[in-house]
Design a protein around this ligand. Structure first.
Ligand code: PBE
Length: 298
């Protein structure tokens, strides 16, 4: 009898212990944001401009000691964000506008009072030297290519919703004839001439590269080979002439290190989109507003 009671009591004690542990592990709603997210910021691929900027953010805001920027990829970052939002858990990621994630989720970009991310940026078109002379019509097209963040965001969202990159590009182009006509105005068909376009697998550059490929191939009879590469080689291939044009250079801040390195060996065709922004992004349900809030002692 005694043995039995002892057994039950022990079992009960064990259960109580377990519950207590469980509660300890739960995120305390009032805890400091750093403790809630284990002082981790989910980044993307290491060569991305936003990764260098985020490292500068950690230094400039005095966060270097405690905080860690984790490398992943654009796709893995959005997957982590999606999981966290499903469970209403806290998370901090590196993010940028335009991006479908701002349409899909209720998010906020943390204020950056020190402007380490550089504020509003532009996307530029860069081409290899000699393209103007060798392929004046392709040159004219790239020179005339220009659109708005909302356009790009629409294509990105279609891809995220499950459409293939090619179909999303096609649908957008066919629905935006007036704008597309300004890009191809006065451009003579390429008669099958080949163009090599390097791009990095970031949601925005995937979308824009597929759009220009569709236009060049279906409205102008060029052949476009899209080459998926790392950020460094994207710039290097234009500078050494092994590729013809890239349309995803974020400047003046994001890609400043690459631009500085290669600017004398390529041709800058100017801005194709205005109004991008980089930063640290959190779900709207988190109670922080500024990068400054990541520092414990305020
Ligand atoms: N991005 C999107 C890129 C440029 C385009 C912000 C992730 C980068 O950080 O290099």
């Amino acid at each position: 009898m005694l043995k039995k009671w002892l057994g039950i009591t022990l079992a009960l004690l064990f259960l109580i212990g377990l519950t207590a542990c469980g509660e300890d592990e739960k995120v305390d709603e009032n805890a400091f944001v750093g403790d809630k997210v284990d002082y981790e910021i989910i980044g993307i691929d290491p060569g991305a401009g936003i990764m260098g900027q985020t490292n500068d953010v950690l230094s400039e805001y005095g966060l270097k000691e405690k905080w860690e920027l984790t490398e992943s990829s654009g796709a893995a970052m959005t997957a982590s964000l999606d999981n966290a939002i499903d469970d209403k858990e806290p998370i901090i990621v590196t993010g940028w506008i335009p991006h479908w994630m701002f349409i899909q989720y209720d998010l906020k970009m943390l204020k950056d009072p020190k402007k380490v991310y550089g504020g509003e940026e532009k996307i530029k078109t860069l081409i290899r030297k000699g393209l103007k002379e060798d392929m004046p019509n392709a040159y004219k097209f790239f020179d005339q290519f220009h659109w708005e963040p909302e356009d790009l965001q629409k294509v990105m969202l279609k891809i995220e919703d499950g459409q293939s990159e090619q179909d999303a590009a096609k649908e957008w182009v066919e629905n935006n004839e007036d704008l597309v006509n300004t890009w191809i105005k006065g451009v003579k068909p390429g008669n099958g001439a080949e163009l090599r376009v390097p791009y990095v697998a970031w949601a925005d550059v995937i979308a824009s590269s597929n759009v220009i490929k569709y236009v060049l191939e279906n409205k102008l009879d060029f052949e476009v080979e899209l080459l998926q590469v790392e950020p460094g080689p994207m710039f290097a291939s234009i500078a050494d002439g092994s590729a013809d044009a890239m349309i995803g250079a974020w400047l003046p801040s994001t890609h400043a290190p690459y631009y500085k390195k290669y600017k004398n060996d390529l041709v800058d065709l100017g801005v194709n989109l205005t109004g991008t922004r980089n930063g640290l992004v959190v779900p709207a349900y988190m109670d922080i507003d500024s990068i400054k809030d990541l520092k414990a002692e305020k």
